[in-house]
Design a protein around this ligand. Structure first.
Ligand SMILES: [Zn+2]
Ligand SMILES: [Zn+2]
Length: 298
């Protein structure tokens, strides 16, 4: 679970009823500098973010049939709004004739997730085959020759980790910068090495965390695209309360605005208290203009 606050139950109840009318955050596709991301993320309800070009999901709090081609699922932590759809995702892949997916998760929750799937196999009488891959912060998993995943530790109420997604790109050696294309082509043809490879952080996903989980990780803050939680936005749940339940408050993002050097900032996991217009009004009121220009909500 994500929120656990005792105040404003009436409003949350009202918002829960409104989901049925299609007002939950997300379920939309956004373009982030040439890479699209889609999915849904509402604090305490469900989070499942999809990068179609990477065939990858981040968290699987709920799953829909169109997310079945994603054969890699990065799980940040064991709260139900992030993990509750795992058996469903595995079953849907089997139903649609797909190979077992791989599910990357914090090593501390591996045994519990294995137990969970064993129970589902008994109940469902289905194979529910899945490759569970424990990956600790700092360990590297090669998705393919040009893509890597590296978890980083965050600070939530339970064991939780964010993920950095690296792509390996070729860059021109500085000594050849400014040369015309024809000359570069000639050099390449002659066997001269004119490029070198670098790893770039294309995405950072925070999962659920207090703000320290990001502030302690420069690579996440400087990723090309940072997808972070911002569960609480105004005084209805203040900073102290947000921190006590392991989440980030918008006021903390403002306080540390200079640290967010990413090109694109995606705020997710917003509480149901705020509808999209309200959320955006609050964000615009609180964050500095330079950061607003780079910010979207999902
Ligand atoms: Zn959550
Ligand atoms: Zn959580």
């Amino acid at each position: 679970m994500a929120e656990h606050t005792s105040c404003c139950h009436g409003q949350v109840g009202q918002r829960l009823r409104l989901i049925a009318m299609g007002t939950e955050h997300g379920n939309s596709s956004i373009d982030l500098g040439g890479m699209s991301m889609r999915g849904i993320s509402t604090g305490g309800i469900r989070t499942c973010l999809e990068l179609p070009s990477w065939k990858l999901l981040v968290d699987v709090g709920a799953v829909d049939y169109h997310q079945v081609p994603a054969n890699t699922v990065l799980i940040t932590h064991g709260h139900l709004d992030h993990l509750g759809g795992i058996a469903n995702h595995i079953a849907l892949r089997e139903l649609m004739g797909q190979k077992p997916g791989r599910y990357i998760l914090p090593p501390e929750i591996l045994a519990d997730v294995e137990d969970l799937l064993a129970v589902w196999r008994r109940l469902d009488k289905a194979p529910l085959q899945a490759e569970l891959i424990p990956l600790a912060p700092g360990e590297v998993l090669e998705l393919d020759r040009s893509k890597q995943v590296v978890p980083f530790a965050v600070d939530h109420r339970v064991v939780s980790q964010g993920y950095l997604l690296y792509s390996r790109i070729s860059k021109l050696l500085p000594v050849f910068e400014g040369l015309p294309g024809d000359d570069l082509a000639r050099l390449r043809k002659s066997g001269q090495e004119i490029t070198f490879e670098v790893n770039r952080v294309e995405f950072a996903f925070s999962g659920d965390t207090r703000i320290e989980g990001l502030l302690d990780n420069k690579k996440a803050l400087t990723a090309k695209r940072l997808v972070m939680e911002a569960t609480f936005l105004d005084e209805r749940v203040g900073v102290e309360k947000a921190r006590s339940v392991g989440h980030i408050h918008l006021d903390e993002i403002r306080e540390h605005a200079d640290a967010f050097e990413c090109e694109h900032l995606v705020l997710t996991h917003l509480s149901l208290r705020y509808d999209r217009r309200q959320a955006w009004d609050l964000i615009r009121k609180v964050l500095p203009a330079d950061l607003i220009d780079r910010t979207v909500i999902l």
